[in-house]
Ligand binder design. Structure first.
Ligand code: PBG
Length: 339
């Protein structure tokens, strides 16, 4: 048949894409990506006190938990098949200092929570952030000297913070501070302290994003940060190629897993990172992304469950191996009810 034919092969009407969408069984048969509980990491906020769960106003459905409630929450996540949780402390402002020394206190909130989870012998991974912002009076992720977040002096502390968290039982250290050289510094400090088996999940391409607002409410760093911003170390949202350089450096420095953050507005970066490096690539559906979905759903403007699932499936399609999401428990429950 010639290509001048009025009905060239490989085109309509011989080809009808809708044949593959006609029925549920066919759609399931040709589905390219699937979201499962194994893809989820659940971020949990911690607070001081006992037997208390405090709702986070800007994240409807999310609560800060006291340490005595963490093990139960984590056990529930494990039972739902969620492979890992990430713990974030809302530090008592009285414990914050300009240099964030509380980060190195083995009795700090996050270390106590890690020990509580480990003591409960729950089969789940525990991830802890390495960065000073929960502990500094100025809310920056590093040490500030003459108004500038200094790099090399901060590295020293981050290494020590990682060791303190590993000693508490943390399985994965996640440097979220965006200092140069921090992955190598953390790896070196962990190895020197005998923590060769503790993995590093690098927030490799972390952008200076306005989507972190509700998180800073949740951990109480917004007031500390005030009018400040993190643009001298977190990435410019305008840049894509730069993310690949950041990821390449972190892999070379010893990152086991890499992360892109925020998530949905940066899925192009997730796709480029995964297709360029082929390493385990995670993405963080951050607090602002959660808040937007939760708020629209609360107004009845979107279907919460449907948008939640669609948003996370998009991460998988972009190439993410896993997603940090505040929806983790809800999703795992939903997937269990409707696999
Ligand atoms: C701390 C940190 C932040 C988030 C994770 N770790 C905030 C920030 O960098 O200001 C944001 C997570 C979220 O918004 O859900 N370095």
């Amino acid at each position: 048949m010639s290509f001048d034919s009025p009905n060239p092969p490989g085109q309509f009407p011989q080809v009808r894409m809708r044949r593959l969408r006609r029925s549920d069984w066919m759609r399931r048969l040709v589905r390219e990506h699937q979201l499962t509980a194994n893809d989820l990491i659940w971020p949990i906020f911690l607070q001081d006190g006992t037997s208390t769960s405090t709702p986070v106003a800007s994240m409807p459905g999310v609560e800060r938990l006291t340490v005595d409630r963490v093990a139960d929450a984590v056990a529930k996540a494990a039972e739902l098949g969620i492979p890992a949780v990430a713990l974030f402390p809302a530090t008592d402002p009285a414990r914050k200092t300009p240099d964030g020394d509380e980060a190195l206190n083995a009795e700090n909130l996050v270390c106590r929570a890690v020990r509580a989870v480990k003591a409960a012998k729950i089969d789940i991974g525990v991830i802890c952030d390495v960065a000073l912002d929960p502990y500094t009076t100025h809310g920056q992720d590093g040490l500030v000297r003459d108004g500038y977040v200094v790099n090399d002096e901060t590295l020293e502390m981050l290494g020590q913070q990682a060791v303190v968290q590993a000693a508490a039982g943390c399985d994965v250290i996640a440097p979220s501070d965006m200092m140069d050289g921090r992955v190598a510094a953390v790896r070196k400090a962990l190895d020197a302290a005998g923590f060769q088996h503790v993995a590093i999940l690098a927030y490799a391409a972390k952008y200076a994003s306005a989507y972190y607002g509700p998180f800073r409410d949740a951990v109480g760093s917004k007031k500390s940060l005030g009018q400040g911003d993190k643009r001298t170390y977190q990435m410019d949202p305008a840049n894509g190629d730069e993310a690949l350089r950041e990821v390449a450096l972190d892999i070379a420095e010893g990152a086991d897993l890499v992360m892109v953050k925020p998530g949905q507005p940066y899925l192009d970066i997730v796709h480029r990172v995964k297709s360029t490096f082929g390493v385990p690539t995670f993405a963080y559906q951050v607090s602002g992304e959660y808040a937007m979905i939760a708020a629209a759903a609360a107004n009845g403007w979107i279907d919460r469950d449907a948008v939640m699932l669609e948003s996370l499936l998009a991460f998988k399609r972009a190439g993410a191996d896993g997603i940090l999401t505040y929806f983790a428990v809800d999703v795992a429950r939903l997937l269990r009810a409707n696999p």
